[in-house]
Design a binder for this molecule. Sequence first.
Ligand code: UT7
Length: 342
Amino acid sequence: MDRMRIGYLGYGSYIPSVVVTNEDLERIVDTSDEWIQQRTGIQTRFVMNKNESVLQMAVEASKRALADAGLSPDDIGDIRVGVNTWNRFPSLATQVQYALGTKESSASDVSAGCSGFIYAVEDAFNKIVIEKMKYGRDVKTLVIGVDGLSLVVDWTDRTTCVLLADGAGAVVMGRTEDNEILATCTEAAGKYGDLLYLDEFLNNQLTGENQVCFSNEKKIDRPFLHMQGKKVFPVAVRTMISNMKKVIERYNASSSGEPIRLTDVEYVFPHQANLRIIKAIADFMKMPLESIYTDGIKKYGNTSAASIPIGYVDTLGKVKGKIVIDVAFGSGFASGAILRRA
Ligand code: UT7
């Protein structure tokens, strides 16, 4: 069988409508525009208004990706959504499927912190390969990264509320000659679970007590996100760098062509958590900051699973033909990378 080239057929994103500036945050917590810009690089972030939702953002980004691909919902055979802020079932992916009206597609959510989009792309890639090799079917998939972190932010906690925001990004994936996913890798380090978590997870899962909550004693009105940022920071840098090396090694081990070296990488889409983390990656790669996506953290803050596909749309046309790495890190700590010819 000829080499199966799988890549992106279309891109879409959705930024919610309410802008929150650093000055807005100065009015609700003890912070300053100077501190936020120096320590994080964030200038603005966007959150949902009352008429917007995680589902609506996911659907809008998907419609835009389908339009960009020139495809209709009926062309989609599978939907994967990387999301952390859909704390219910049925899954978000099934509700996107219903909203889009895809006729014959499977649909499921992937919970992998801010790396959800990378995990979802890897799942979709594997699905496309298996469907073709085992069942002879050409499947196109819709992959979404979306989060509404404003729903779980404690707006009195200055250590997190200045960082987090809402947004969605989506791609359509399938067989193509135009661009190619060369390799993917994912990994997890659950021992760090308590450095970045949602309240209910800790109360119900990590105490060692009965996991079923029979009384309302421990119940909280709504779960909040908690992060020990200072401890997360160095692990984030280390892990993202090791994922970048690993995805290249995986490609080279699986390909008979010219090996790719780290210095061949021409552009990087890192998860947008902190401009200082991105700068550390640039230093390691010995790359100018212009070759790394940074606009996301400045304009949109940390949009979790959405930050990488939002970056695709922001840079459309700029990275065509380049060797690119997407790399993410988040709660879990779940992390991963994608090596692509864009
Ligand atoms: O997306 C998933 C993965 N997430 C990450 O990778 C995030 C990783 N961590 C970070 O990005 C950074 O650690 C933060 C941006 C969260 C914090 O930056 P930092 O340079 O590590 O600051 P810090 O936690 O060491 O805090 C320094 C000081 C503290 O005051 P004292 O103890 O020195 O008096 C904090 O209380 O800054 C204070 N501080 C603030 N001051 C003004 C913390 N948050 C704020 C704030 N405004 N918003």
